[in-house]
Design a protein around this ligand. Structure first.
Ligand SMILES: Cc1cc2nc3c(=O)[nH]c(=O)nc-3n(C[C@H](O)[C@H](O)[C@H](O)COP(=O)(O)OP(=O)(O)OC[C@H]3O[C@@H](n4cnc5c(N)ncnc54)[C@H](O)[C@@H]3O)c2cc1C
Ligand SMILES: Cc1cc2nc3c(=O)[nH]c(=O)nc-3n(C[C@H](O)[C@H](O)[C@H](O)COP(=O)(O)O)c2cc1C
Ligand SMILES: *[C@@H]1O[C@H](CO)[C@@H](O)[C@H](O)[C@H]1NC(C)=O
Length: 657
C-alpha cells in the first residue's frame, strides 16, 4: 500500500472507532461532561526556535496576566519558547546573570503604585544602583493604566526607565494602554509588529541541525497547544473552606482565592432612605472563629460568586450536569509549567459558580477564540469583524455599550463549547475590593462593608447587576428568609488610610457617596479611643460628604448627626447635589470654605483624606490647587507642583476607584 492508501484506511478506522466509542458512551454521564480535549489554537510543528522569552506580569485584578497569556500564545505561534511568570516569584539572578529576553506587562495600582505582586520587584529595580547590571537582558515593557488617575501608567513608564538605566537592551518600543477607554486596542496596536521585529534581531536555531534531539522534541511537544482534561469522578468535592495551598501551582487569581478565608455574614441592610437612585448595602461580617485580624479602614477583598440561577442557565446551555464532579488531569507534557485554574475534585457547579467570569466585560480576544468554535461561516466572520480593528465602532455599540458577556454570545451565536473550552474562554473571577467602614478598635470581630450596588439598565429594560452586587443581594434575601449558607470568602489588604494618633493634627476627610466608608471607620476609632480613656487620640475632624438628596441617598445620616453631637466630628459639610436648582458638590463647598481649609491644612499642618470615585478625586485635588494658588499667591503650574509634593509627603492621601 502507498502512503495515501494507508492514510485513508487509517482515517476510516479512526472514524469507526470514534463512532463506536460515541455510541457506547451515549447513556453514561461521561457523555454530558465531554472530556474531549480543548483545542483553541493548534499550530503546525516547527523545526526552528527563536529561543526563550519570559513574560512577566505585575497585576492586581488579572488583566496584565491575561495580556501575558495572549503574548505567550503568539510567542508559540512565532516559534519562541514562552513562559509566563508572576513578578512575585522573580529571581534577581535571572536579571543580573542570565542572558534573557523579557517582556513585562505592568499595571499601576493605588496612586501610581506597583501592584501587590510587583512591589518587591519594583523596589529592587528602583534601588538597584549597579551600572549595567541588566546588560545581558533584552526587554520591552507594556504598561496598563487608566487616564482617570493622576499618575497615569506610572509603573509601566518607570519600569521601562529603570530597565534602560540598568543597561538592558531594548528590543521593541515601550507601549501603554488606557483602561478608561481603549486598553485592549492599545495593547493590540502595540504588539502588532512585536514578533516580526524580534525575529529581525534574533537568529533562530535550526533544530533539525542540532545534535541535541531532546531539545527538538521538547520544543515540538510544547507546540501541540492543549493542556488539561476534566474527567468525571465519583470522589467527593474538596472542602473550599480550607482549600489552602496543596502544593499545586495555581493561576494568579485562583491563588488569591485559595488564600482567602471563610467567615460568616452577620447582617445586611439597606442604608439609603429610598431606592429612587439606587441601593447601598451595609454588610457586617463576623470574624469570630477565624484567625483573621483587621485594622480600621483597611481594604477587604470579597470573593464573589455568580448568581445560582444564572449558573443553572449556563449549565443547561453547555448540556452539563452541574452536580457531576470532575478531576482535573493535566497532559503529561504540560505538567511542568501548568497553572491550575481551580482545585479538584470539584463539581461543575462550583467551577461555574466560583471560578468562571462569564458575565463581565468581554475582551476582543475572547471573540476571536469564539470565532474558532463555530462552523457557521456567517457567525464566524461576524465575530472576527467585531474583534478586529475595523470593527471597533461596532464592538463598542454592539458589545460594550450593551454590556454583553460571554454567556450572551454563546446563546446568540449558538456556540456550545466543551467544559474545558469554557474554562479556557472565561477569565477567572477576580475578588472585589472594598474600603472597610468599621474600626477594629471598636470591635475587632466585626468588619463592615458599604457597597453601592452596580445596577445597569439594559436596552430591553432589564436590570443587569454587577457580579458582587448580585451576590450581596442574594445574601440579603437568604438572611431575610432565614436560610442557611451565610458563609463568605474574604481577605484583607493594607490601605493608605491610617489615622494618626496625634491630637494636634487636624484631619480633613472628603468622602461623598460610598467614599464615606473609611471615615465612618475613623469616627468609630476616635470614639472607641475616647471611650477607653486613651489620651493619645486623633485630633479635630472635618468631614465633607455629598450625595444627590438629603432624603434619598444620605447614607449614615443618623450616625453622622450623632458624631457631630458627641463632638467626634467637629465640622460636617454636606453637599446635596440635586436638592436645589444648581448642582453643588463637595469641591464647591471646599472652595466656599477655602480660608478654613487653608488654615487647617497649611497653618495647622493638617492631613487631607479623599475617598470615592476617581472623577470626584480629580475635582477635589483641583479645588486644592486653586486654594493653594490663591493663598500662596503662586501660578497654576507652581500650585500643581505644590499639591503634587503634598501627595508625595502623604499629607494628601487618596483612595479612588
Ligand atoms: C480599593 C478599592 C476600594 C473600593 N471600595 C469600595 C467601597 O467601599 N464601596 C463600594 O461600593 N465599592 C468599592 N469599590 C468598588 C468595588 O470593588 C466594585 O468594583 C463594585 O462594588 C462593583 O462590583 P460588582 O462586582 O458589583 O460589579 P462588576 O460586575 O464588577 O461591574 C463593574 C463595572 O463593569 C461594568 N460591566 C459589567 N459587566 C459588563 C459587561 N459585560 N460589559 C461591559 N461592562 C460591564 C458594569 O457596568 C460596572 O460599571 C472599591 C474598589 C477599589 C479598587
Ligand atoms: C484601585 C486602583 C488604582 C489604580 N491606580 C492607577 C494609577 O495610579 N495609574 C494608572 O494609570 N492606572 C491606575 N489604575 C488602573 C489599572 O492600572 C488598570 O485598570 C489595569 O488595567 C489593571 O490591570 P490588572 O487587572 O492587571 O490589575 C488603578 C486601578 C485601580 C482599581
Ligand atoms: C474616560 O472615559 C469617559 C467615557 O468614555 C470620558 O468621558 C472621559 O473624558 C475619560 N476620561 C479621561 C480622563 O480620559
Amino acid at each position: 500500500m502507498d502512503t495515501e492508501t494507508i492514510l485513508i484506511v487509517a482515517g476510516i478506522a479512526i472514524f469507526i472507532v470514534a463512532l463506536v466509542f460515541k455510541f457506547l458512551k451515549k447513556d453514561a454521564i461521561v457523555e454530558e461532561v465531554k472530556v474531549e480535549q480543548k483545542v483553541l489554537t493548534k499550530k503546525k510543528e516547527s523545526t526552528i526556535t527563536y529561543g526563550k522569552v519570559t513574560l512577566f506580569f505585575g497585576s492586581q485584578s488579572g488583566t496584565a496576566n491575561k495580556f501575558c497569556n495572549i503574548l505567550s500564545q503568539e510567542a508559540l505561534d512565532n516559534d519562541f519558547e514562552p513562559s509566563v511568570e508572576d513578578l512575585k516569584d522573580f529571581k534577581k539572578e535571572f536579571f543580573t546573570q542570565g542572558d534573557n529576553l523579557v517582556i513585562l506587562c505592568m499595571a499601576t495600582h493605588g496612586e501610581g503604585d506597583p501592584t501587590d505582586n510587583a512591589k518587591e520587584f519594583f523596589e529592587w529595580i528602583k534601588n538597584h544602583q549597579e551600572e549595567n547590571a541588566f546588560k545581558n537582558i533584552r526587554f520591552t515593557v507594556f504598561g496598563l493604566g487608566n487616564t482617570q488617575y493622576e499618575h497615569y501608567n506610572a509603573m509601566g513608564r518607570q519600569t521601562n526607565q529603570h530597565f534602560e538605566r540598568l543597561g538592558a537592551k531594548r528590543v521593541y518600543k515601550y507601549g501603554e494602554g488606557d483602561d478608561n477607554s481603549s486598553l485592549e486596542d492599545d495593547f493590540n496596536e502595540w504588539k502588532e509588529n512585536l514578533w516580526t521585529e524580534l525575529k529581525k534581531i534574533i537568529t533562530p536555531i535550526d533544530l533539525t541541525k542540532q545534535n541535541d534531539q531532546s531539545a527538538a522534541s521538547h520544543h515540538n511537544k510544547k507546540k501541540s497547544g492543549t493542556a488539561f482534561k476534566l474527567v468525571p469522578t465519583e470522589a467527593a468535592e474538596i472542602n473550599f473552606e480550607n482549600a489552602k495551598n496543596d502544593g499545586k501551582k495555581y493561576e494568579f487569581l485562583t491563588d488569591g482565592y485559595i488564600h482567602g478565608t471563610v467567615a460568616n455574614v452577620k447582617s445586611i441592610k439597606e442604608l439609603r432612605q429610598n431606592n429612587n437612585d439606587g441601593s447601598t448595602l451595609h454588610m457586617e461580617i463576623d470574624l469570630k472563629n477565624t484567625n483573621l485580624k483587621y485594622k480600621t479602614a483597611m481594604n477587604i477583598e470579597i470573593f464573589a460568586e455568580n448568581d445560582p440561577a444564572l449558573v443553572e442557565k449556563v449549565g443547561a446551555h453547555l448540556n452539563l450536569d452541574l452536580n457531576q464532579r470532575v478531576e482535573l488531569v493535566v497532559d503529561e507534557e504540560f505538567i511542568e509549567k501548568f497553572k491550575y485554574p481551580f482545585p479538584s475534585p470539584i463539581s461543575i457547579r462550583s467551577i461555574l459558580t466560583k471560578f468562571c467570569d462569564f458575565q463581565g466585560q468581554l475582551m476582543k480576544k475572547t471573540l476571536k477564540d469564539l470565532a474558532k468554535l463555530t462552523t457557521n461561516e456567517e457567525h464566524k466572520s461576524k465575530l472576527e469583524k467585531l474583534a478586529s480593528a475595523a470593527g471597533k465602532k461596532e464592538f463598542d455599540s454592539e458589545i460594550y455599550q450593551k454590556k454583553k458577556c460571554l454567556f450572551d454570545l454563546l446563546k446568540e451565536y449558538q456556540i456550545v463549547p466543551t467544559l474545558e473550552q469554557f474554562v479556557d474562554l472565561c477569565p477567572r473571577l477576580s475578588p472585589r475590593l472594598f474600603t472597610i467602614s468599621s474600626s477594629d478598635v471598636k470591635n475587632p470581630e466585626i468588619v463592615t462593608v458599604t457597597d453601592s450596588l452596580v445596577a445597569d439598565k439594559l436596552e430591553d429594560g432589564s436590570i443587569k447587576h454587577g457580579i458582587c452586587s448580585k451576590y450581596l443581594i442574594n445574601f440579603q434575601n437568604k438572611l431575610k428568609n432565614g436560610m442557611t449558607g451565610n458563609r463568605i470568602r474574604v481577605g484583607f489588604k493594607a490601605s493608605s488610610f491610617i489615622l494618626p494618633q496625634d491630637s494636634k493634627t487636624p484631619i480633613i476627610m472628603i468622602g461623598p457617596g460610598t467614599g464615606i466608608a473609611p471615615f465612618i471607620a475613623f469616627c468609630q476609632e476616635k470614639e472607641a479611643l475616647l471611650e477607653k480613656g486613651i489620651n493619645i487620640c486623633p485630633g479635630e475632624f472635618t468631614l465633607y460628604f455629598g450625595c444627590r438628596h438629603q432624603n434619598g441617598d444620605y447614607i449614615f445620616r443618623e450616625e453622622l448627626e450623632q458624631y457631630v453631637k458627641s463632638g467626634i466630628i467637629n465640622k460636617l459639610y454636606t453637599a446635596f447635589s440635586r436638592d436645589q436648582g444648581s448642582k453643588v458638590y463637595v469641591q464647591d463647598l471646599m472652595i466656599k470654605n477655602e480660608e478654613e481649609i487653608y488654615n487647617t491644612f497649611f497653618e495647622r499642618n493638617g492631613l487631607i483624606y479623599i475617598c470615592g470615585a476617581t472623577a470626584m478625586g480629580e475635582s477635589v485635588v483641583n479645588a486644592l490647587r486653586k486654594i493653594v494658588q490663591k493663598f500662596k499667591n503662586i501660578d497654576e503650574q507652581e500650585a500643581h507642583k505644590f499639591v503634587e509634593n503634598l501627595e508625595k509627603e502623604k499629607r494628601i492621601i487618596k483612595e479612588l476607584w
